[in-house]
Design a protein around this ligand. Structure first.
Ligand SMILES: [Zn+2]
Length: 82
């Protein structure tokens, strides 16, 4: 489920949840029942109240990118006689 914002002319913006990709262009306002157009300003994948999967990958310890190999492990080409 993903949350989508709609804007009622009387009651303002309200939020409804639909399965991903199935949100209609208009939805009835929960306050007055009038058809309200969908608002596209915010991302549609924001969590609303928990219960969903975490967004994105967790950062590594310390937030550092993984280092493939230590720089000191490189061979020293300056000592080679060609
Ligand atoms: Zn309304």
């Amino acid at each position: 489920m993903a949350a989508y914002d709609y804007r009622c002319e009387t009651d303002g913006v309200f939020e409804l949840s639909f399965p991903m990709g199935t949100a209609p262009g208009t939805a009835p306002c929960p306050g007055c029942g009038s058809d309200s157009p969908r608002v596209f300003s915010a991302p549609a994948t924001k969590a609303s109240g928990g219960g969903g999967a975490p967004a994105g990958m967790p950062a590594g310890p310390g937030g550092r990118p993984p280092v493939p190999m230590a720089a000191s492990m490189r061979p020293n080409f300056n000592n080679m006689n060609l």
